[in-house]
Ligand binder design. Structure first.
Ligand code: ADP
Ligand code: MG
Length: 240
């Protein structure tokens, strides 16, 4: 059973085609890693699945749990069990960490959610979710909120990026907890050792998924710049 199915998605922004015939399925409960060079449309895809304003596909279908969700707004998708930790985490001025972590929470208490992301609860529960937190702290707190929500599908956009980034062990602990709670995960990452913790992986290039399979095989192909779609043109770009 697929929790998410993307069928032949096309999307362009300011005249530039970003997604072109992209199809991808995520099975219920699986951790699915998505690999791709910078600028290949991973964050665009994440925003589209979540239903962010301005990210409607020009054509193609998005099914969540068998329901067509193309026309659903972000909060309606959240209610169905979709949730996302952004590459650039959000700030909520005036909201304490303990209250943020209680919003819609069904799984973890704020204390255990913070512990799972490597933060000491007593140091953070009464802090504000604002710019007084570092980027890495906000990323951790956002992941703690995903753990507390226990969604059907969590989209984690580069949980390993940033200056004071989470360690591989931190991220694998979060993935294990999501998996054991029954959540599926779409995991956008550049790190091999994190990709290796996934159940399956896909590579995106040229606006579409060019291969899906075992994480070690997909990661090795990505590293070797072997891409059946761009023949090296995009994957040999050294920006990543
Ligand atoms: P990734 O997350 O894989 O690094 P993004 O999805 O952030 O890539 O971006 C994909 C491409 O689309 C980039 O070239 C980016 O500059 C472009 N892009 C993203 N959003 C917009 C937008 N709103 N208008 C124009 N171009 C955009
Ligand atoms: Mg991105």
């Amino acid at each position: 059973m697929d929790v998410l199915e993307l069928c032949d998605i096309y999307y362009a922004a300011t005249g530039r085609e970003i997604l072109a015939g992209l199809s991808l399925s995520i099975r219920a409960g699986e951790v699915h890693a998505l690999l791709g060079t910078n600028g290949t449309g991973k964050s665009t895809l994440a925003s589209m699945i979540m239903g962010c304003h301005g990210y409607q596909p020009a054509s193609g279908e998005i099914f969540f749990d068998g329901t067509l969700i193309n026309n659903l707004k972000i909060h309606e998708r959240a209610r169905l069990g979709l949730c996302m930790a952004w590459q650039e985490p959000a700030r909520f001025e005036g909201l304490r960490v303990r209250d943020y972590l209680k919003l819609g929470a069904v799984a973890e208490e704020p204390e255990s959610a913070l512990q799972l992301v490597g933060l000491e609860p007593f140091r953070y529960l009464d802090r504000m979710v604002d710019r007084s937190l570092s980027g890495g702290e906000r990323k951790r707190i956002e992941l703690a909120s995903v753990l507390a929500l226990r969604p059907k599908l969590a989209i984690l956009d580069e949980p390993d990026s940033g200056i004071d980034m989470l360690s591989t062990d931190d991220i694998i602990r979060v993935l294990d907890r999501l998996r054991s709670g029954g959540s599926a995960v779409l995991l956008i990452t550049h790190r091999d050792e994190i990709c290796a913790a996934a159940d399956r992986a896909s590579q995106i290039c040229g606006g579409r998924i060019v291969s899906t399979g075992r994480p070690d095989e997909i990661a090795a192909a990505f590293k070797n710049r072997k891409c059946i779609s761009c023949d090296g043109e995009v994957c040999n770009d050294d920006r990543i």
